[in-house]
Design a protein around this ligand. Structure first.
Ligand code: CP
Length: 326
């Protein structure tokens, strides 16, 4: 049984390879909508999606709200900074208030790991979609990253991604670089790539590796310079100042010297490799500005793919259970 249709999406850790491929294939069909003059389908007409971002966001918030509107859903967007949250209203009471207005789904970003699971317990009849919770998970980022990889690799073969299923991930070398410790993107990316069959290496200062990483489906590499030639995908992570990353490295300059993707290091990466970053980028820290704009970088495509992936997630979680349609 599918673990996404008609259910909340809190994490990628419990999704199977088939579940992931189902989302990627659905997203591919929604890419077609983007190419139309009228970029809208009636799939979620009459449904209501609440957008609750307790933590800053540009890409995720805009693409979720765009996705919901393209599916013809109504969007309730709470401006947390000017809401009763500022008067001390609890997460539980805010969610209860929004539920009382009649919603089908809530898209939640929160600084606390586990907040999405907590909300799913508060409102069991509402689909909860985790848009990033603390250091825990960012499921739609993991999905859009996998979607982008499959899309580019399939295009090189003159194929559609959906014709390839998960085959293009088999044995693919994915290198994840940087602040693994604080990164929900790393956790979701690793869940997705591992389930799809990729080989994963991580490289970071020891202080930016999380406790327990030995149990993750990754190989830990000490030096970026030792593994650049191995990678088909180089996925860079943002240094997260808001989660205190600065306390874990001696200086940003030292991090960049050892772990930054500089122009010199890019020259040693395989010519066909893809450079990825979830954004927002710290130009000159995780990567040189020129690397962010290099042909190998698919960072803008990752952002663009946020819309079809989030359309797919909203559609499958809200309307994916055919019995719900009566
Ligand atoms: N990648 C990502 O989550 O970006 P935002 O914080 O801008 O949403």
């Amino acid at each position: 049984m599918s673990t996404i249709r008609g259910r909340s999406l809190l994490s990628l850790s419990d999704l199977t390879r088939d579940d992931l491929v189902e989302v990627l294939d659905a997203a591919e069909s929604f890419v077609e909508v983007h190419r139309r003059t009228v970029k809208k389908v009636p799939a979620l007409r009459g449904r209501v999606v609440a957008s609750l971002f307790y933590e800053e966001s540009t890409r995720t918030r805009l693409s979720f709200e765009t996705a919901a509107k393209r599916l013809s859903a109504d969007v309730l967007s709470l401006a947390v900074a000017s809401s009763s949250v500022k008067k001390g209203e609890s997460l539980r009471d805010t969610i209860a208030t929004i539920e009382a207005l009649g919603i089908d789904a809530v898209v939640l970003r929160h600084r606390a790991s586990g907040a999405a699971e907590q909300v799913a317990r508060y409102v069991p009849d509402v689909r909860v979609i985790n848009a990033g919770d603390g250091q825990h998970q960012h499921p739609t980022q993991g999905l859009l990253d996998a979607f982008t990889v499959r899309q580019v690799l399939a295009e090189r073969q003159g194929a559609r991604g959906s014709e390839t299923g998960s085959a293009l991930f088999a044995g693919l070398h994915v290198l994840i670089v940087g602040d693994i410790r604080h990164s929900r993107v790393a956790r979701s990316d690793i869940d997705a790539y591992a389930a799809l069959g990729a080989e994963i290496r991580v490289v970071a200062p020891p202080t930016l590796l999380p406790p327990g990483i030995e149990t993750w489906p990754v190989q830990i590499v000490d030096r970026l310079d030792d593994t650049l030639e191995w990678a088909d995908i180089v996925s860079l992570l943002r240094l997260q100042h808001e989660r205190g990353t600065g306390r874990f490295v001696p200086s940003l300059a030292e991090f960049t010297t050892t772990f930054g993707l500089t122009v010199e290091r890019l020259a040693r990466v395989r010519p066909e490799a893809l450079i990825m970053h979830p954004g927002p980028i710290n130009r000159g820290v995780e990567l040189d500005a020129a690397v962010a704009d290099a042909p190998a970088a698919v960072i803008t495509r990752q952002v663009a793919n946020g819309v079809p992936i989030r359309m797919a997630v909203l559609f499958l979680t809200i309307a994916g259970n055919r019995e719900d349609e009566s």
